[in-house]
Ligand binder design. Structure first.
Ligand SMILES: [Zn+2]
Length: 248
């Protein structure tokens, strides 16, 4: 790790923030993260973390780039259509910042392979659009005592919450959701602005996690609706009936 030019080089504008400093930047350079999903939220969070100089980024997605992704998924270019998302993302991110080790896994995450998400990482970012995978990762992160940074978007609205052991989790918040009963982004449409907002807030929380500071969105769901410009948050309580209750 070249720490000599932290104050003047690539990371200087971040290092010079009073809340970061050289010691904070060293922590970020050492941080290891999984991002699950390389769609809209994955594009925002992976790009920001790579530009910031995180140490190791593991990116999961099974999908192929489609033309309809390009309206909001900034990791991809028109020439990437038809290629695996994770391959195109790796190329983009490595060009953005060669300091960052980019690891890609072209698989859908489920209970079968969820260990890959939490293995040797400091925290996990939720960039999914389905709840089955999200619940599996939520549980595994609580078991492994790893922060899980939940984010979700639909239409013009989105949510952010940070799950840590000892606090409320995604199952406390939603109970059980059947993915088949939810509309897809193809049905609801999606505004790129809400994705940028929610992904950026996840990275603001991730920064606190990397600095070993207490995240601000534990037991609190932040929701944003750009249709009415409503930004608000509500307290979320741990539920005794949650299947993860022993970790709350
Ligand atoms: Zn819970």
């Amino acid at each position: 790790m070249n720490e000599n030019n932290f104050s003047t080089g690539r990371y200087s504008r971040f290092v010079n923030l009073p809340t970061i400093g050289v010691e904070g930047m060293k922590k970020i350079r050492r941080a290891r993260v999984s991002i699950v999903g390389a769609g809209g939220l994955g594009s925002v969070t992976a790009t920001q973390l790579t530009a910031l100089g995180v140490g190791h980024l593991r990116l999961f997605d099974k999908d192929i780039v489609e033309l309809s992704n390009l309206q909001r998924q900034m990791l991809y270019r028109e020439k990437d259509v038809g290629k695996p998302k994770v391959n195109a993302a790796k190329k983009f991110l490595e060009k953005l910042n060669p300091d960052v080790k980019i690891e890609i896994i072209q698989e859908e995450v489920s209970t079968r392979n969820v260990d890959l998400v939490t293995d040797n990482v400091d925290f996990v970012i939720d960039a999914l659009d389905r709840f089955t995978s999200r619940f599996a990762i939520n549980k595994k992160c609580l078991e492994s005592d790893i922060p899980f940074l939940f984010g979700a978007v639909s239409g013009l609205a989105g949510n952010v919450m940070t799950v840590v052991r000892g606090g409320a989790c995604i199952e406390c918040l939603f109970g059980h959701i059947d993915d088949n009963a939810l509309p897809s982004s193809a049905e609801t449409g999606i505004h790129p602005s809400i994705i940028q907002l929610i992904g950026s807030l996840q990275i603001a929380e991730a920064t606190r996690v990397m600095l070993k500071e207490k995240p601000l969105l534990t037991n609190r769901l932040l929701f944003i609706d750009i249709g009415s410009m409503l930004f608000d948050s509500i307290k979320i309580k741990s539920r005794n009936k949650c299947s993860n209750a022993k970790y709350h």
